[in-house]
Every structure is written in C-alpha cells, then in structure tokens.
Design a protein around this ligand. Structure first.
Ligand SMILES: CC(C)(COP(=O)(O)OP(=O)(O)OC[C@H]1O[C@@H](n2cnc3c(N)ncnc32)[C@H](O)[C@@H]1OP(=O)(O)O)[C@@H](O)C(=O)NCCC(=O)NCCS
Length: 408
C-alpha cells in the first residue's frame, strides 16, 4: 500500500469521484472543499489501479489546555471511494497522516467521528458531550435591545477568521487555519453572517448562519465568536429578534453558558412541540475525539491545582501497527514516570516504589483533558491503578468543561 501527496491538477477527477460517491461534493468546478481546502490541508491519497481512491487530510492548528496552547493535528477529512472500502486503506492513511504530523511537532490529534469505535483503533478517546440545542427564538429570555449588526460576506473572511482566533477561549478550544474558515463559509445562497465592529474597525463578535432562504427556518448557527459573555448576549438578542418569523434555530451550546438558563418554559415547549418538525429540545452527543501525540510536550504544558505526586505509567498505543516502516513515529506506547502538580513533567522508564497506572493512550488522553475521571475510566476504558492513585488523579484533573468550539 503506497501513499502519496494529493496533486490538485493530477487528482482532481479521481478525488472528485471519491467525494461525489460519498455524497460530500457535487460541483467539481466550484466546490471549495475540493478546490481550495484539499490543496491546503496536507492531503494524502492512496492509488488503486493507478488512480486516487482514498483520501485523508489534516489541518495544523491549536488546542487549548487551560491557559496553554498545544499544536494540533486535526483530521479534517477521510474518505474511501466505493471500490476501496474495507481494505484497511482508510484507517492506515489516517494513521500515516497523524504520524507525519507528529514528526513535524503536532502534540495532540483531534477529529470528529462518523461513529464510535473506528478511530479508537488509532488511539482516540471520546471527548466531552456537546449539547445540541433546538429552540424557537421566541422562547429566548434575553432582556436587551437588539443592536443592529453589519452583514458579513465571504469577502470578510480574514476579519471573520481573526475574530474566531481571538474568541473567548474555552478549555480544549480548537483553532484551525484561515483556509478552514474560508471553506466553512460555504455557499453564498445558503449561508449568511452578521457581526459587530468596534470604533477601530475590528470585528468583535459575530455569528455565521446556515439555512438562508427558508421562510421559517431551521437556521443552523454554524458558529459564534465572542470575546466576552456580554457580547454573547448581543448575539443571542440578535437571534431573538427573528422571533416573529423563524420557528427553529439550532446550535451547539455556546461555551461558558447553559442555554436552558436562557429559555422560557423549556419543558412546556418541549412537550408542546413533541413529534413536530419544530421540536424544541436539547440533546447531547460526544462526536469529537482526541489523542495525545507527544506525551513529553503535553505534560510540560500541564499545570494542575494539586499537590505534587508521581507515578509510573504503563501506556499502550494501538496506532503503531498501522504505520509503515518508512515513518519513524510509531505512537507513544512505553513506560514513563509522570510527575503532576503546578509544573508537570514526564521521563521515560520506571521508578521503584511508585504506584503504577496502566492505561491506553485513548483513556489517558480522556483523563488528562478532564473529560472523565480516572475512577470511571477503570470501568469504561479498562485502566488499572491502586485506589489511592485513582483518588489523587480524580482530584488533580478536575478541569473546566472541555469544548472544541470549532466544527471540523
Ligand atoms: C469512513 C470510511 C473512510 C471507512 O472506510 P473503510 O474502507 O470501511 O475503512 P477501513 O478499511 O480502514 O476499516 C474497516 C474496518 O473498520 C471497522 N469499523 C468500521 N466502523 C467501525 C466502528 N464504528 N467501530 C469499530 N470498527 C469499525 C470495520 O468493521 C472494518 O473492520 P475489518 O477490517 O476487521 O473488517 C468510509 O466508510 C467512508 O469513506 N465513508 C464516507 C465518508 C466518512 O464518513 N468519512 C469519515 C468522516 S469522520
């Protein structure tokens, strides 16, 4: 199985066919994902009978760990054509993309899943639940006058991207490169943006909506960017101002708030709209996953509110078997001594008299990001450690809620 770099000129027909067969791309000439995103996004392909039939790509961005920023490899696309499935090509190409990015300095990997289990084989573990909010804007309880925003279009992509990069940062917040924002703006006839500028002409807060042209909605909030919660209230007040016309707005719950706090009679609305096209509800799903790619660098950027303690870590990593000989990085399995506290660190090897934690990289990443406590991972992910160590780990990783706050 040979992989190579994607070449837009040479591979356009073949990669269009892959993307078209999986239903993602319909317009070979104009599609932004094919023509703009793929050439920028470290795209790799695998040939079958001389033509590209499998494609995987990544975008190098950042992911926050509390106040620190880590270098991220986000898998921003993976598809196999209908003749190249179930051959192991797609999984191996994803592993190769991650390995190459890890060699170039990526510290963490992230992706969104089509289902649970597939990427676990590459060392990924579930992220936090995200709340998917479906509401009628008339039920928004926001007591402020709507400020008139400015319309944003594709031409404003640089300002839009800058505002996203500078948004109020949640633990785990992801930022991808400018080309990703540009591609995510989508087609003009289905998307629209609105934002607010300060006196100096900087875009301070904005939102991007999908669903233009539908009289009563639904409108999907693709994203919101705000630098403080007061600005978030402006954006919610703006959405409320649609209440006389639109029956449904859908969004991923914004970081730092519970949307239910801003909804009038949420249970009454849920009951009254049950089984309707405009059903009001808040549902949850853990649709993104993470894994550590560089343990030393991740530990170095870990600052915890706990007393200093150390333990031996016996870490397993399933990714190695998917990576070919020519790539040196084969995952991070091994024995480590981990020291946690205000300043954390790790070194290779074992130290006598220290308690031991046995974990997969999948589970260790989940614990480290504060997604699930160590004591729960014993049952969900099979980690093993003495009770005393589990208790210390549970306390050490009491971190803010993790939200990637970026679609990819
Ligand atoms: C996702 C996709 C790339 C997978 O392609 P594929 O050719 O089936 O993948 P691979 O050959 O690498 O892996 C197949 C193996 O994964 C296993 N698998 C698939 N889904 C799984 C899951 N949820 N949990 C565990 N294993 C899973 C299969 O059973 C198969 O196992 P086997 O090798 O033991 O038979 C392909 O279905 C596709 O292009 N889908 C459309 C686009 C898409 O959804 N992309 C992913 C975006 S996140």
């Amino acid at each position: 199985m040979k992989y190579r770099k994607f070449d837009l000129k040479k591979d356009k027909e073949a990669v269009f066919r892959i993307l078209n067969e999986c239903g993602w791309v319909h317009d070979k000439k104009k599609d932004k994902y094919l023509n703009k995103f793929l050439p920028a996004a470290n795209t790799l392909v695998i040939d079958v009978n001389g033509e590209a039939e499998v494609m995987a790509n990544s975008s190098i961005g950042t992911i926050r760990y509390q106040d620190e920023k880590l270098k991220l490899s986000a898998i921003t696309g993976l598809t196999a054509s209908l003749i190249a499935r179930k051959q192991g090509f797609a999984g191996r190409l994803t592993a190769i993309r991650l390995a190459l990015d890890a060699e170039k300095g990526a510290e963490v990997g992230a992706l969104c899943i089509f289902d649970q289990g597939y990427y676990n084989k590459l060392g990924f573990g579930n992220g936090n639940y995200e709340q998917i909010v479906c509401i009628t804007p008339a039920t928004l309880n926001i007591n402020r006058k709507t400020k008139i925003p400015v319309r944003l279009t594709e031409k404003d992509y640089k300002k839009i991207h800058k505002n996203r990069v500078e948004r109020m940062p949640a633990h785990c917040a992801v930022t991808l490169p400018e080309y990703a924002t540009q591609a995510e703006l989508g087609e003009e006839n289905k998307n629209m943006g609105f934002g607010y500028f300060d006196e100096k002409g900087n875009l301070t807060h904005h939102l991007w909506l999908y669903g233009k042209g539908k009289e009563q909605g639904p409108l999907w909030v693709s994203w919101m960017a705000y630098q403080n919660l007061d600005q978030l209230m402006d954006l919610l007040a703006f959405l409320k101002s649609f209440e006389e016309q639109f029956l449904m707005i859908k969004m991923i719950e914004p970081s730092f708030i519970n949307m239910q706090d801003f909804i009038e009679r949420p249970y009454l609305m849920r009951g009254m709209t049950q089984k309707s096209e405009h059903q009001n509800k808040i549902s949850s799903s853990a649709y993104w996953q993470l894994r550590i790619l560089n343990l030393q660098k991740c530990m170095k950027k870990t600052h915890l509110n706990c007393e200093d303690f150390s333990f031996n870590l016996q870490l397993s990593d399933p990714i190695g078997k998917y990576i070919p000989e020519d790539i040196k990085w084969k995952g991070i399995a091994g024995d480590y001594v981990i020291s946690l506290g205000k300043n954390s660190s790790t070194k290779k090897g074992k130290q006598k008299d220290l308690p031991a934690l046995k974990a997969s990289v999948n589970a260790f990443t989940r614990m480290w990001f504060g997604i699930m406590p160590a004591s729960s991972l014993v049952y969900s992910d099979g980690i093993e450690a003495p009770q005393d160590l589990l208790k210390k780990l549970d306390k050490a990783f009491l971190l803010p809620e993790a939200h990637v706050d970026w679609g990819f």
